[in-house]
Every structure is written in structure tokens, then in C-alpha cells.
Ligand binder design. Structure first.
Ligand code: SF4
Length: 214
């Protein structure tokens, strides 16, 4: 695990990320807070592209919890059967819709605890929703951020919670809102798992990874 980068280096890293992508966006399609919750929950162990394909028609017919209940589990299965774990995910989508209608007046709650209590919504999903919909500087750490953070020293930590804490504690607050997306995009397209593209990397000179590729 790399050592935690110091303040000045972190400022430089995020200044460069910001210069190359001033307004980074998530890649999961959604039309409101509810469809964002569903899309992020469906994306566990699936690609955003695969989820977007599956939800394109689903969200046309069911973009509220009540409409999802009216649609029913079997129809949800039909829509999402191209993505991994679709049966369990469909079950959770319906259970979540039921809870939102019964306990939250059909609205999506905006506290981490309330979000995490929904079936199929874990800490990561809750943080994505808090960040993307409500602009809260919540740090949803996924496999990309875990890898990038530990290789580079941007936010090292032994698990997702430690990495989340490293981001919150060390990254200057003016970069916190977009930190999640910059790190994900960096991990998805440059600092990829098997052979990171170090030559094309904007932060090559600041990164501590000892096995940089040529
Ligand atoms: S230099 Fe290589 S290892 Fe370091 S952040 Fe860039 S791509 Fe990742």
C-alpha cells in the first residue's frame, strides 16, 4: 500500500483531474432520485453500459416506486434479465418500492441510514445517491477507487471504509464533491486493473506506484 500523499501533492493531483474534466458525471442513466437508486443498486457486479441497456425501457414504464409495484416482479425480471443476479435484484427492487411507498410517501429519503436500510442498497449505493442527487460530498468507494487510491497514494486504505475515510480526511474540500467521479473515471480508463496506462497518465510524476508501466 502506498503512503498517504501530502496536502500539496493532493491539490496538484485534483487540479489536474479538474483541468481535464471540469464537470465529471456518472455514467448510469436515470431521470430522478428513485431511478438513480434503482440504477445504482442494479449496477452491483454489472457494467454501467449493461445496466443502462436494461433500464432504458424499464424506466419508461416505471419511474416511481408505485409504478414499479404496479409493474410487478415478473415484469421487472423480464426487463433486467440481461444483467447479473437479476432475480435477486428484481426482488430487491420490488421490496424497496414497497418500503418507499409505505414508509416514505413514495419519496427517496436522503440520509445514509435510511438509504442503507433499503433492500439491495449498501453503503456504496447510498453514497452514490447522496453525492449525485443531493450534491453531498459522500465518497462511494468501489473497486476502481480502492485500486487507484492504494496504487497512487491518493487515498490508501485496507478496505473501502478506510479509503472512504482517507478521501474525506485528506482531499481538500473544494475537490470533495467530484472526487468520487474523477477517481472512478481514472480507474476505469487510465489506471486500469491489469496494465495501468501510466504513460498516458496525467499524474504519473505524482503517483507512488512502484510498478508503473512504460
Ligand atoms: S501512474 Fe500508473 S499507477 Fe499511477 S495513477 Fe497513473 S496509471 Fe495509475
Amino acid at each position: 500500500m502506498a503512503k498517504q500523499m501530502n496536502y500539496q501533492t493532493l491539490r496538484e493531483v485534483f487540479t489536474r483531474f479538474q483541468a481535464s474534466e471540469p464537470e465529471p458525471k456518472g455514467e448510469l442513466n436515470h431521470t430522478n432520485a428513485y431511478t438513480l437508486v434503482v440504477a445504482v443498486a442494479l449496477s452491483a457486479q454489472s457494467t454501467d453500459i449493461g445496466v443502462n441497456k436494461a433500464t432504458e425501457k424499464l424506466f419508461q414504464v416505471a419511474d416511481t416506486p408505485q409504478k414499479m409495484l404496479d409493474l410487478g416482479e415478473e415484469a421487472v425480471i423480464e426487463h433486467i434479465k440481461t444483467i447479473g443476479l437479476f432475480r435477486q435484484k428484481a426482488k430487491n427492487v420490488i421490496k424497496t418500492a414497497r418500503i418507499l411507498v409505505d414508509d416514505y410517501d413514495g419519496q427517496v429519503p436522503n440520509s445514509r441510514a435510511a438509504l442503507e436500510s433499503l433492500p439491495g442498497v449498501g453503503r456504496k449505493t447510498a453514497n452514490v445517491v447522496l453525492n449525485m442527487w443531493w450534491g453531498h460530498p459522500a465518497q462511494a468507494v468501489d473497486t476502481h477507487i480502492l485500486r487507484v487510491g492504494n496504487r497512487s497514494g491518493i487515498c490508501p486504505g485496507k478496505d473501502v471504509v478506510a479509503v472512504e475515510r482517507a478521501i474525506e480526511d485528506n482531499i481538500p474540500v473544494d475537490f470533495q464533491n467530484h472526487a468520487h467521479h474523477w477517481l472512478i473515471l481514472h480507474g476505469r480508463y487510465i489506471c486500469v486493473a491489469r496494465k495501468p496506462k501510466c504513460k498516458a497518465c496525467h499524474i504519473n510524476d505524482l503517483c507512488q506506484f512502484e510498478e508503473k508501466t512504460e
